[in-house]
Design a protein around this ligand. Structure first.
Ligand code: ADP
Length: 243
């Protein structure tokens, strides 16, 4: 009976998923098709550039939505290898520099060395990108975004803080629900996907938020072996050889 109930729930959420995708993709395709039609009519119109920009933006949005849906459906693949957290943060900083508006002040507070964690670097990077993207969206007029990393008692802690609009209790209570979004073009899949990935890596997504002040979302993962201090070989450490 329990199994039947789970199956029914799964079918229900697949139905919601399909309906949501159909609806959102339709919203993406409409401006694409309109722009194409206008471009056809206006061979030498100087507004062609605007139309091409609109086409480009809509197509990018569609591609991003598909990526989010696929990533949600995949969950965590369970691949495990030592992940260089410092390298991950450098890549994140690069991503932030390329994608954040100048009105957002980015700070990375992290030591030069951190123990590795066992996991999938692509999945963990995706989690951090989701958190940074949400932080950006919470600060439409700019603000401060802090990416924090640290080591404590055999664990590695990662956090993303923003000085954005924060959330009231009703919102904060729903953010892990698939498809829950307060954004016009949101999918509501970023945090549920992130939570599943973090869970599969042995941690939990933790949220602290104050309306009007900002939000911090972070998680703690078990370090992969003893933490390496200044004397250690990080970040060039090799995985331990099989006994
Ligand atoms: P999406 O970004 O597509 O809406 P998410 O699952 O990533 O989907 O987030 C769900 C909702 O959680 C957002 O729509 C927003 O209301 C809220 N949220 C997430 N991160 C933040 C944040 N840093 N500040 C304020 N609200 C947030």
């Amino acid at each position: 009976e329990q199994e039947q109930r789970i199956r029914t729930q799964r079918l229900e959420s697949l139905g919601t998923l399909a309906g949501g995708i159909a609806h959102d993709l339709n919203n993406v395709l409409t401006p694409i098709l309109m722009s194409v039609q206008l471009l056809r009519q206006a061979e030498d119109d100087p507004r062609r550039r605007d139309m091409l920009d609109a086409l480009d933006a809509a197509a990018q949005r569609g591609a991003a939505m598909i990526r989010q849906v696929l990533s949600f459906a995949r969950g965590s693949q369970g691949r495990r290898a030592p992940v260089d957290v410092v390298a991950l943060l450098r890549e994140l900083a690069r991503f932030c520099r390329e994608t954040l508006p100048a009105s957002i002040d980015l700070r990375v507070e992290a030591p030069d060395r951190l123990p590795s964690v066992s996991g999938d670097d692509t999945e963990l990077f995706q989690v951090l990108v989701n958190l940074v993207t949400n932080a950006r969206d919470a600060m439409p007029d700019g603000g401060t975004l802090v990416v924090r990393a640290g080591e404590c008692d055999g664990s590695v802690r990662l956090e993303v803080s923003d000085s954005g609009h924060g959330m009231d209790d009703a919102t904060a209570g729903r953010i892990l629900e698939p498809f829950f979004t307060t954004k016009e073009t949101g999918t509501g899949l970023g945090l549920p996907t992130s939570a599943a990935i973090v869970k599969a890596h042995g941690g939990d997504l933790e949220v602290r938020t104050t309306p009007g002040e900002g939000t911090t979302i972070g998680f703690t993962l078990p370090a992969d072996g003893p933490a390496l201090g200044a004397a250690g070989g990080w970040p060039r450490r090799e995985p331990a050889p099989d006994p």
